[in-house]
Design a protein around this ligand. Structure first.
Ligand SMILES: Cc1ncc(COP(=O)(O)O)c(C=O)c1O
Length: 394
């Protein structure tokens, strides 16, 4: 594997390649899953945390060109950055309305996801001050107990619809606790709480399903799907074949290769010791780039058809790998290794690090040279093992 010829990539220690076409194809696949039952279900995109590490201001316009019309972020500043590249589309801020930020929302045309009556009152007061209706999203807590209107606040809203006067209720949402576990009874409990609430608040569009929630079936689809992870290739069906296209490749450069005798240690603390004469290559990434320290002795990288173990402690900027069994020509200084890609996905690396792929992706380092490609024309699921039709899990 070699680096792209791009001049700015020439100096890079590692290159993260993001396939925008694959993200777009994943979005189309999820949108079509929502439409499969014949209802006009729309599909948004969750772009928080810099689009799960892939670059929100690049991914957002690409998805808008694909037909995506609504976007979610977590922070106001994420919304402001996205607004610069998406002047027209609704952008919803999930973390809600921080006291005093009403002018920021209005100035940048952002829509707060209101999480309790206090935020609703503040946003309504803003609508009065600005003498115009303002869009609002209401988030109902159906069991996550994290953000959203609790049962008491929700009942007040049902009883006193006038509290929404001056606002346009753009959407009612809730968020699933365990959508990746189809058999978990909490899914059905949340569904029924959400249904009861939206029946009592007719007229506004509704949204419940995140990525895995989409695969719980049409009952969970309502008017708007809200995927994040699956857009970026994370498996929405843990333990089953991944129906999404892979989006990322991370290649790191070998800086130096050395021979060491048997019984020599490598790296800080002498935490790994060679059992035989070995060749050790040092590659240009480390924990400062989101390559977790706990990956030591638990994962590998890929070189020229070989899975090569990571040995010795992960340093801030460096990782050492045991290339003893790899032909020398493939691991000279300057050659590259695959850290993430077809041979080791973010889901695989997450398994090795005892975390999830969301953390792997959102930790992806800022020092990587980023290259965007847009070559994917195929539909997701084309080359996967036994893809599950969306909705089959319900
Ligand atoms: C409220 C809300 N909706 C949707 C999503 C997207 O979820 P996922 O990435 O699992 O698709 C998230 C992500 O955490 C979220 O917090």
């Amino acid at each position: 594997m070699s680096f792209p010829a791009d001049e700015s990539a020439r100096r890079a220690g590692a290159i993260l390649t993001i396939d925008l076409g694959a993200i777009a194809a994943n979005w189309r696949g999820l949108r079509d899953a929502g439409r499969a039952a014949g209802r006009p279900v729309d599909c948004a995109a969750v772009l928080k945390a810099d689009a799960y590490g892939t670059g929100a201001t690049v991914v957002g316009p690409r998805l808008a060109a694909e037909g995506c019309r609504q976007f979610f972020v977590a922070h106001i500043d994420e919304g402001i950055a996205l607004r610069r590249v998406l002047p027209e589309h609704p952008i919803y801020v999930l973390n809600g309305l921080l006291a005093g930020t009403e002018p920021d929302f209005v100035q940048h045309g952002l829509t707060p996801v209101l999480n309790h009556l206090g935020q609703l009152n503040a946003w309504r007061a803003a609508a009065q001050r600005y003498e115009r209706p303002l869009d609002a999203v209401v988030h109902l807590d159906t069991g996550m107990h994290r953000l959203g209107f609790g049962a008491e606040d929700a009942q007040v809203l049902i009883n006193e619809r006038g509290r929404l006067r001056g606002l346009r209720l753009a959407l009612i949402i809730s968020h699933l606790v365990a959508s990746e576990e189809p058999a978990n009874p909490v899914n059905g409990e949340q569904l029924s709480r959400f249904r009861n609430f939206v029946r009592a608040m007719p007229g506004a569009p509704t949204s419940l399903a995140n990525s895995s929630g989409i695969f719980l079936g049409p009952d969970y689809h309502f008017d708007l799907l809200r995927p994040g992870a699956a857009l970026y290739g994370i498996n929405p069906l843990p333990g089953r074949g991944n129906p999404m296209l892979s989006v990322l490749t991370l290649q790191a450069r070998i800086l130096q290769t050395r021979r060491i005798d048997a019984f020599q240690t490598v790296g800080y603390g002498g935490a790994w010791r060679s059992a035989r004469q070995s060749r050790i290559a040092t590659i240009a990434l480390g924990y400062a780039d989101g390559y977790f320290r706990n990956l030591v002795n638990r994962t590998h990288v890929h070189i020229a058809g070989y899975n090569v173990p990571v040995v010795g402690r992960i340093s801030m900027d460096l990782v050492t790998i045991d290339v003893t069994d790899v032909p020398e020509a493939a691991c000279q200084a300057g050659a590259t290794v695959e850290v993430l890609g077809p041979h080791l996905t973010p889901d695989d690396l997450a398994d090795h690090a005892r975390t999830n792929a969301y953390e792997v992706m959102t930790a992806l380092g800022r020092r990587y040279h980023r290259a965007y490609v847009d070559g994917y024309a195929d539909e997701p699921g084309d080359e996967q093992d036994e893809p599950d039709p969306p909705g089959a899990a319900a």
